[in-house]
Design a protein around this ligand. Sequence first.
Ligand SMILES: NC(=O)c1ccc[n+]([C@@H]2O[C@H](COP(=O)([O-])OP(=O)(O)OC[C@H]3O[C@@H](n4cnc5c(N)ncnc54)[C@H](O)[C@@H]3O)[C@@H](O)[C@H]2O)c1
Length: 318
Amino acid sequence: MSEPSGDRILVTGALGQIGTELVEALRQKHGSSSVIASDIRPEPEQTSNEQGPYVVLDVLDTESMIELCRQEAVGTVYHLAALLSATGEQNPDLCRKVNVGGTKSVLEAARQCSLRVFSPSSIAVFGPDAPKHAPQTTDFNPTTVYGETKVIGESLAQEYFQKYGVDTRGIRYPGLISYKAPAGGGTTDYAVEIFDAAIREGHYNCFVRPDTRLPMLYMDDAIRATLMLMDAPSGNLGPSRAGYNIDCYSFTAQELADEIAREVDGFQCDFSPDVRQKYADSWPDSLDGSVAKQEWDWSPEFDLQKMVRAMLDGMTKK
Ligand SMILES: NC(=O)c1ccc[n+]([C@@H]2O[C@H](COP(=O)([O-])OP(=O)(O)OC[C@H]3O[C@@H](n4cnc5c(N)ncnc54)[C@H](O)[C@@H]3O)[C@@H](O)[C@H]2O)c1
């Protein structure tokens, strides 16, 4: 594996749910000027005062990405630009183009500029035939286009590691719960929207059934896991390096609503499942994260109760 040519960091899809918080964490850790945030959208006015460089970059534009990485001495890319599951199923061609094409573009830039790459995968790689407590390795037969793009993303990352020595790493993120930026069109968005609705209206109409159980993680844990994986010595990482299952918390939509109702007087939740139920039903209930535990010592800090309190506190202050 060749050494990165620079030590600055590029984040693609930086205006999204994860990017908003990852950029902040990376700037705290490495210094503001070391972290270049990028997205296909122009920087919104309210964030323009925040310290640190910002560029408009379409991840499909490999040449511009390579030029930027060379000019700005980038050594690591956190590649977050993607279409999520619900949006992706509405636009399957665009989903394939951005998710597979964008990952290929980043990996090609990494090969040519000796970059380290973090490229997230998702629990959507699993299909309905996978065990409900999903193991690290099984048959991957996703029924969503989004899931297919994540399976391909993992194998592309593996291929670039094995063939070209590119240091690629990834986590199969579960549903991520946060309040700093809106959720980006995924199936687990109900677990984010419910908090805003509880605080503003005391009521939420949930788009999955009450017994829908999915693996979830509070954003602080997701960011910590991401930084831990990127800090792990490469030699510690085995064949799962492009897409680790990680230990997280699993709860049903009803259990989440009940926990919020314990904190927000009078909160009520109704359930009207829509098309997203089908995607949720095809995914696992929980993850076996033992490989991540063994290779880079991951365990989460936020359980359901702690996460609900942190969300309500954060949203109320916001
Ligand atoms: N949020 C979750 O719960 C979750 C769960 C599992 C996996 N993931 C994965 O994590 C990554 C980031 O997810 P997120 O929740 O922050 O997504 P998001 O939808 O909130 O943000 C994605 C960002 O990518 C940008 N983008 C779209 N097309 C682009 C292009 N061609 N070039 C550059 N930027 C483009 C969008 O403008 C957006 O700001 C994705 O790979 C996603 O699949 C997220």
